[in-house]
Design a protein around this ligand. Structure first.
Ligand code: GLN
Length: 496
């Protein structure tokens, strides 16, 4: 058995160019791993083995013709929220169980053009609402480091598949932390770019003013390669930013001597796991060794981020999800008595519990008489949160903290306690409210589970974030660790 699956995109691309192995061999290797580990992990909703092999053969042909694009022939997965032409796209919901997309999302199209091979659609919380993947209508994904634990969410399938070596990289979306939190729980790197940097066209909408796609990879360098292909202006998305895409890889090797890194004091309070705190403090020392200048910053409105988000995100989701009425979109119930019965039963049957509760909250927050008290107030808080960041970025280049307050929790541990589940995103949510870019990268271990460190940058600072993250990864080896032994379920004792 080779170890190709533990290589980075960068390494695979060099190997493919040298002819060490072909994309077909690499793809078959990943398909074999999917076959072997999927029964335990459940990280995919659909896989496309035959199509993947045929795409791999085509990319080998292109390489023989002299094409040497870095992503040519690299097997990846797409979160099942990205529309893929001619393929089932469920968003983790029964509502879209039989939906075959007639078109590709811009991200999918861009990554196809770059030469990637789509191995399958990754499992996710229904309509991207969740932090554990337990809200998927297709069963929860398990964390490859410990099969009794969650992989995080909502891009849990993407993060678990990359961590377990079932694909080289995966796409995700992040509305309140859904790329960074699962990346932290699974010990991989996850980047949430500036709002508008990547087109939202063809991504099934959750909360449109917060949703943003991004890559989940082994390393920051791979994230840079993926982002270069994913990002760009798209006239089909009115919030897409019309700015050229820089080469994120070009400056990745620059020194970070003199980089000003602010430690946010509000992120180190009660509720933060002590082992995570210790790991992050060690990570700070590594950055200091690299020449970073560390200081303290304050984001005083951090405590209001989760409450504001849980008004704004449900409000937007209640509007976005109104299209699933069994008439225009989505599951249709059997033998409806009349139109109102049709809509009522189709929505009741199609949506899961978490989605229903968010639609209720959002509809309430937007209704006449409550709009000012809830929605308008939440938007005002959102502005204060953004101002906190803008003030902090007058002092520092990047803000550092933990990605999550605890390591991966047990499946079922928080299912009956939505508030404790919502607090999982305490460090990630304010970044979405402010539209900023942020990256989570492996920075230690706590009780045998990966710890994620988050770096937050000002708008459009992806190149700087990736540079700092890459330098940290040159200095440390946390990102090279892989889940060696699964300690639960049927894989007991078997290397992943
Ligand atoms: N966990 C958050 C939620 O449930 C964030 C989800 C996301 O980023 N898509 O809404």
């Amino acid at each position: 058995m080779t170890d190709w699956h533990s290589k980075t995109i960068k390494e695979m691309s060099i190997d493919l160019a040298k002819g060490e192995y072909s994309s077909e061999e690499l793809t078959r290797h990943f398909l074999k791993r999917i076959e072997q580990h999927e029964p335990n992990l459940n990280s995919f909703i659909s896989t496309f083995p035959e199509q993947a092999i045929s795409l791999a053969q085509q990319s080998d042909e292109k390489r023989r013709e002299g094409n040497s694009e870095p992503l040519l022939g690299i097997p990846i997965a797409h979160k099942d929220i990205f529309c893929t032409k001619g393929q089932r796209t469920t968003a983790g919901s029964n509502m879209l169980d039989n939906f075959i997309s007639p078109y590709d999302a811009t991200v999918v199209e861009n990554l196809k053009t770059a030469g990637t091979i789509n191995m399958g659609k990754a499992n996710m919380d229904e309509f991207a609402m969740g932090s554990s993947n337990e809200h998927s209508a297709y069963g929860n994904t398990r964390n490859p480091w410990d099969l009794a634990r969650v992989p995080g969410g909502s891009s849990g399938g993407s993060a678990a598949a990359v961590a377990a070596g079932l694909c080289a990289a995966a796409t995700g979306t992040d509305t309140g932390g859904s790329i960074r939190q699962p990346a932290a729980f699974c010990g991989v790197t996850g980047l949430k770019p500036t709002y508008g940097r990547i087109s939202r066209y063809g991504i099934i909408a959750f909360a449109s003013s917060l949703d943003q796609a991004g890559p989940i990879t082994r390393t920051a360098e791979d994230a840079a390669i993926m982002l270069e292909a994913m990002a760009g202006y798209d006239p089909k998305d009115s919030t897409s930013i019309n700015q050229p895409v820089p080469s994120y890889s070009a400056k990745i090797n620059d020194s970070i001597e003199g980089l000003k890194v602010g430690i946010c004091k509000e992120y180190f309070t009660d509720g933060l796991d002590r082992n995570i705190e210790a790991a992050i403090q060690d990570a700070v020392k590594e950055l200091e060794k690299l020449g970073a200048e560390i200081s303290e910053v304050s984001l005083p409105n951090t405590k209001h981020a989760v409450p504001a988000y849980y008004v704004i995100a449900p409000a937007e989701c209640s509007a976005n999800l109104s299209r699933y009425d069994g008439v225009r979109f989505g599951h249709r119930c059997e033998d409806p008595a009349d139109i109102s019965d049709l809509i009522k039963r189709s929505r009741s049957e199609g949506f899961g519990e978490e989605v229903k509760s968010r639609i209720m909250v959002g509809t309430f927050a937007l209704s006449a008489g409550y709009y000012d008290a809830y929605y308008r107030k939440a938007q005002q808080i959102r502005r204060l949160i953004k101002n906190d960041f803008l003030d902090a970025f007058k002092e520092v280049d990047l803000i550092l903290g933990p990605t999550t307050p605890s390591p991966a929790f047990k499946i079922g541990e928080k299912s009956n306690d939505p508030v404790s589940m919502y607090l999982e995103d305490i460090y990630t949510i304010s970044v979405n409210l402010a539209g900023l870019p942020a990256i989570s990268l492996p920075a230690g271990m706590a009780q045998g589970l990966p710890v994620g460190m988050q770096l937050i940058g000002s708008h459009h600072s992806e190149a700087q974030l990736l540079n700092a993250a890459h330098q940290f990864q040159q200095q440390t080896d946390w990102h090279l660790k892989s889940p060696g032994l699964a300690n639960a379920g049927t894989t007991e004792g078997k290397p992943l």
